[in-house]
Design a protein around this ligand. Structure first.
Ligand code: NOJ
Length: 512
């Protein structure tokens, strides 16, 4: 089970209101105690923070905002001492526009070797003032920006994130060296950002009627375009075969994890060939509404899609790009009950589960007033800041121990979070934190060794029921209580059931 840390918002040791690496190091015992096996760190590299660190200026260093390279080394050492593996984010699709390479590309001009590290093209139309293709960026604007000398550069995301040219061998060599740099320092793996985006075919997209590239922040990339020239081009796999060899040459069990959005779940198999990624995110459940039909479909299609490959499936309900699942499932206590039930069900499945910081506290997505919205995506009014609000650790008022003293965090925390802090929930029977601890312990004990087979059981409408070995799992998304078989209750997401499972609850039962 891997726990995602968004460094800006996890813990602030130096008191500037933004989380940092020393803050993470100071909380590693908390994570080990929670039952986490590995942590995935969102980017901490030097960056102007236009896209909160996904706009990188130097892939081999740490932004002073987050600390120093020696803080990163110390974090790695301490994490390993407490038994946690460390996966770091790697962003090969683009750099920041403040990267020295981009400055060199602008200065050197059209046709230069410097410009060829990125994707510069002349425009269309008699004066070249129309972009080279009809592409829209994921963040909503056109995907091309014109520079002073008249050429255009490609950015699949923010204008400040120019795309690298992966058909240029110098780019490939640079990233080989970046991989080695961090592997030499002991990282256990890489979460590869936009893994399906590195290669592009520069031709127009055949856009279906009504298609809009980023209608919902919970869905990073719409899959609606046949033979999409922007995403999932076959040549990306050459890059990962190359990386696989590099990673495999290091001692220990290092891994590559893809953030790859493919049109169909089965297309993920391409990334999971034995000589490419070890795991790829599967966002089907994160994209599903609270519905037994949708959840069952997400589970079944994932298992079916990956069945012929050796790769374990992955499961995730929340991350730094999506509305927290606690809020996606509704308002008030019912939503929290549902979030816990979905989590418990997910943790019973074979494969790797990914948790996002703060879900163990039952944090809701925060509606921030417009003056506090900072995400570049929020320019459209519906950004990702709400899931990035700094964690509440202790105390009765913001900053809730996130920063020392009274320093307020970079995004404001709701005052109502006093009841949701780690300190308030520790040892409190029934708290979401204690529930997560128990669920992770139960997963270790009962679900881990239960084999890959998931057998669905007959169940009334609105209920999901499946078996793995002796473990039977029930999730009630319906409106009526549902009868349970005899057996020992291992764990439940709500009140311990007697003979019926209440709506919005899930339970694990050991049966004969
Ligand atoms: C995916 C990351 O998860 C997201 O936060 C980022 O904005 C884009 N990739 C661009 O790097």
């Amino acid at each position: 089970m891997t726990y995602q840390i968004y460094p800006r918002s996890f813990a602030d040791a130096d008191g500037d209101g933004t989380g940092d690496l020393a803050g993470i190091t100071s909380r590693l015992e908390y994570l080990a105690d929670l039952g986490v096996d590995a942590i995935w760190l969102s980017p901490f590299y030097p960056s102007p923070q236009s896209d909160y660190g996904y706009d990188v200026v130097d892939n081999r260093d740490v932004d002073p905002l987050f600390g120093s390279l020696s803080d990163a080394e110390h974090l790695l050492e301490r994490a390993h001492q407490v038994g946690l593996r460390v996966i770091i984010d790697l962003i090969p699709n683009h750099t920041s526009s403040a990267h020295p390479w981009f400055a060199e590309a602008l200065a050197a001009g059209p046709g230069s070797a410097e410009r060829d590290r990125y994707i510069f093209r002349d425009g269309r139309g008699p004066d070249g003032d129309e972009p080279p293709t009809n592409w829209r960026s994921v963040f909503g604007s056109g995907a091309w920006t014109r520079v002073e000398d008249g050429q255009w550069y490609l950015h699949m995301f923010d204008q400040e994130e120019p795309d690298l040219n992966w058909r240029n061998p110098e780019v490939a060599e640079e990233f080989r060296s970046v991989l080695r740099f961090w592997l030499d320092r002991g990282v256990d793996g890489f979460r590869v950002d936009v893994a399906h985006g590195l290669m592009k075919d520069l031709r127009d997209q055949k856009v279906p009627e009504g298609y809009s590239p980023n209608s919902d922040p919970a869905v990073m990339y719409d899959a609606g375009v046949e033979d999409d020239p922007m995403w999932d081009r076959p040549e990306v796999h050459d890059v990962y075969r190359d990386w696989h060899k590099i990673v495999a040459a290091y001692p220990g069990d290092r891994m590559l994890l893809a953030e790859a959005w493919t049109q169909w779940p089965a297309d993920l198999r391409g990334y999971l060939r034995t000589d490419e990624f070890d795991q790829a995110f599967n966002f089907l459940w994160l994209q599903s509404k609270w519905s037994a039909v949708e959840f069952t479909e997400a589970i079944m299609s994932t298992l079916q899609a990956l069945e012929p490959s050796r790769a374990w499936p992955t499961w995730v309900l929340s991350n730094h790009d999506a509305v927290r699942h606690r809020t996606r499932y509704g308002d008030g206590p019912q939503a929290l009950a549902r979030a816990r039930a979905a989590t418990l069900t997910m943790l019973a499945l074979p494969g790797s589960a990914y948790l996002y910081q703060g879900e163990e506290l039952g944090l809701p997505h925060v509606e921030l007033p417009p003056e506090h919205q900072q995400d570049p995506w929020a320019k459209g009014g519906n950004g990702r800041d709400g899931c990035r609000v700094p964690l509440p650790w202790s105390g009765d008022a913001p900053p809730f121990g996130f920063s020392p003293g009274d320093q307020q965090p970079w995004l404001p925390q709701p005052v109502q979070w006093a009841d949701l802090t780690v300190a308030a929930q520790t040892g409190r029977p029934g708290s979401t934190l204690e529930f997560y601890r128990a669920a992770l312990a139960a997963r270790r004990r009962y679900a881990r060794g239960a084999g890959g087979e998931v057998r669905f059981l007959d169940a009334p409408d609105g209920v999901i029921a499946f078996r793995r070995g002796r473990l039977s799992v029930f999730l009630n998304c319906g409106t009526a209580p549902t009868p349970l078989p005899d057996g020992d209750v291992v764990i439940c997401s709500g009140e311990r059931p007697v003979s019926d499972l209440a709506p919005d609850d899930a339970v694990w039962i050991l049966t004969g």
